[in-house]
Design a protein around this ligand. Structure first.
Ligand SMILES: Cc1cc2nc3c(=O)[nH]c(=O)nc-3n(C[C@H](O)[C@H](O)[C@H](O)COP(=O)(O)O)c2cc1C
Length: 220
């Protein structure tokens, strides 16, 4: 695919076919992702990909754990959005609910839609993105660049993905279930697979601020 088409076609996929992705495609995409830049080329990232019996085990556990309040986060969920950021957050949520035909005041349906995070939107694979425990903000930027490169690589293979901070609520359960060492901290998960193209939720398109609002040119 053309680079511009890859970028333009990436969007968060929230309904997947159950058909697994071939192991060689997964290896190709994540190997390409490893080309991402990082500060001093430290490559401060680990990825753990759950598929097959392991993802099914997680799928069977996470919703119940969430409802029981059995949560363990490696990083606090402390973002508070105000002003223009709150406006954008609201618009993104509205676009999602509109695609699902959920009224804003319908808390039950909104909750159901949110809970689909914990069954990975039926995806056959989920990748968990970890930082070595001793690192912080600077290395988190590296991790984000790596994840975006992976997401674009997935699009290039006809695949879709959804980055999910929500999966961070279950850092403890995921670590225990997959046997991940304690010196790795979970930043977010990424459900991926073949998108259900016709599914209304996958028609959800978010808008973007203008170049002139966010990019300042200093040239004189
Ligand atoms: C780090 C990160 C975490 C996210 N967490 C979630 C999440 O937990 N659940 C979800 O449905 N979408 C999540 N998203 C998707 C965003 O809502 C989405 O990227 C944004 O609304 C823009 O839409 P687009 O990805 O379709 O372009 C996350 C995105 C990023 C980059």
């Amino acid at each position: 695919m053309e680079f511009t088409d890859v970028v333009a076609n990436r969007r968060s996929t929230r309904a997947f076919e159950t058909q697994p992705v071939a192991a060689e495609i997964i290896e190709r995409v994540f190997s390409l992702g490893l080309k991402a830049p990082s500060n001093c080329n430290t490559q401060p990232w680990y990825v753990h990909i759950a598929s097959g019996a392991k993802i099914e085990l997680l799928r069977s556990m996470l919703p119940e754990k969430f409802m029981a309040g059995q949560l363990h986060l490696d990083y606090p969920y402390d973002g508070v959005y105000e002003g223009e950021f709150k406006v954008r957050q609201y618009a993104a949520a509205q676009a999602l609910y509109d695609s699902l035909n959920i009224a804003r005041e319908d808390k039950v349906k909104r909750h159901e839609a949110f809970m689909r995070n914990f069954t990975f939107f039926d995806a056959p694979h989920v990748a968990f993105f970890y930082l070595p425990a001793e690192f912080g903000l600077r290395e988190a930027c590296d991790l984000g660049m790596f994840a975006q490169t992976v997401m674009l690589g997935l699009v290039n293979e006809g695949l879709g993905s959804c980055p999910q901070t929500a999966l961070g609520f279950h850092a403890g359960t995921i670590k225990e279930t997959l046997g991940i060492p304690d010196d790795r901290k979970l930043m977010f998960g990424l459900s991926f697979g073949y998108p259900k193209q016709e599914e209304p939720v996958n028609q959800c398109v978010t808008d973007r601020a203008l170049f002139s609002d966010l990019v300042t040119l200093h040239d004189r």
